[in-house]
Design a protein around this ligand. Structure first.
Ligand code: LMR
Length: 344
């Protein structure tokens, strides 16, 4: 009887331990890892923590740290605290950081074909983008990265971009005339988009946008609601148009040099965790952007206009000739895939 009681107690303790650890893949104990054995992964990004990318980076770090029992330590540096736009890719290739997640537009200098995601009105939904990434388009883009010494780890979503402005509501293409709009660095397609609309595109690093809006150095910008809220852009931008005209997403990458030196079991944990976190991230992206749209509506600080189907057609017509730029940049085959989609 006493033995039975002891057995029951031991089983209960085992159950509790498993439940607390939350997973069974843990390699060994944090305490047992000597500093020499530890693999440090610096994950640098430019947005706030309370955004789809910020939260996913943190979740990925916590899970990998836990699952490797501390053998791997992923350290996340948000808000451009370590490297800013324009510095991140070099920092990755030189080994100063090990993971970055730039928006696809920011890969545009080194890997021009990634600019397909900047094409206005090319993608309808996350499911549409997911299909493209899992098919011919995705494999061509990943091939480009691999040829450039980069190991792709995942594709993360933020959402569809909206327009904010200071001078006037932006309803028709004419409303853009002569206004200065910030665009992300490295994208000739975004430059073309705003030029076609009659605006003046201004390339600018993400961490400089708030200041530029506050000082009226620029009149407006395009972004997802999660970035508009977390960066407080709405404080100086009284007008927002829900246009969903473009997509903002991220390529989560490491360098092939770093990747090839990792032990296979660590690579495996990173890959599996990245897969799991990416599914979670895609769900969170919609939740957070919807939540932040509600925050904007409730803030009383910004007038929100939802684009009508007729206005959407007006914008699409004004942007038709961006197709030519895409063919120049991505070549007729890949550009053709995207242009056929926009014509639908
Ligand atoms: C931007 O520069 O507006 C975005 O790419 C920032 C980000 O990483 O979401």
């Amino acid at each position: 009887m006493k033995l039975f009681k002891q057995l029951k107690l031991a089983l209960a303790a085992l159950f509790l331990l498993t439940a607390l650890s939350g997973c069974t893949e843990q390699l060994n104990d944090w305490e047992q890892v000597s500093p020499k054995e530890k693999i440090v992964i610096k994950f640098s990004h430019v947005v706030s923590e309370d955004t789809p990318k910020g939260l996913a980076a943190k979740r990925f770090a916590d899970l990998v740290n836990h699952r490797t029992g501390g053998r791997v330590e992923v350290q996340v540096f948000p808000n451009s605290t370590l490297y800013r736009d324009g510095e991140e890719i070099q920092a990755l290739l030189s080994g100063a950081v090990q993971i970055i997640a730039p928006s696809t537009s920011k890969l545009g200098d080194m890997f021009p074909r990634w600019q397909i995601f900047d094409m206005p009105y090319a993608f309808e939904s996350f499911a549409d983008i997911n299909r493209s990434m899992e098919g011919k388009i995705g494999s061509s883009l990943y091939e480009d990265l691999e040829k450039g010494g980069i190991q792709p780890l995942a594709f993360w979503y933020n959402g569809f971009k909206q327009i904010t402005s200071r001078e006037r509501p932006i309803i028709h293409p004419n409303d853009f005339k002569d206004l200065r709009f910030r665009i992300m660095i490295n994208s000739a397609i975004l430059e073309e988009q705003f030029s076609r609309l009659g605006a003046i595109p201004v390339k600018m690093q993400f961490n400089e946008v708030y200041q530029a809006l506050s000082s009226s150095a620029i009149d407006g910008q395009e972004n997802t609601t999660s970035n508009i809220v977390s960066q407080k852009f709405y404080e100086t931008q009284p007008y927002l148009t829900v246009s969903n005209h473009g997509f903002l997403g991220y390529s989560v990458i490491t360098s092939q040099d770093f990747w090839s030196e990792l032990p296979p079991d660590v690579r495996n944990i990173i890959q599996e965790t990245m897969k799991e976190v990416s599914l979670w991230e895609m769900e969170q992206a919609s939740i957070i952007n919807n939540r932040d749209m509600e925050k904007l509506r409730n803030s009383g600080k910004i007038e929100i206009h939802v684009q009508t189907p007729v206005e959407r057609e007006e914008w699409k017509n004004a942007l038709k000739s961006v197709d030519k730029k895409l063919i120049e940049i991505a070549g007729p085959d890949l550009a053709g895939e995207i242009i056929n989609k926009t014509g639908q």
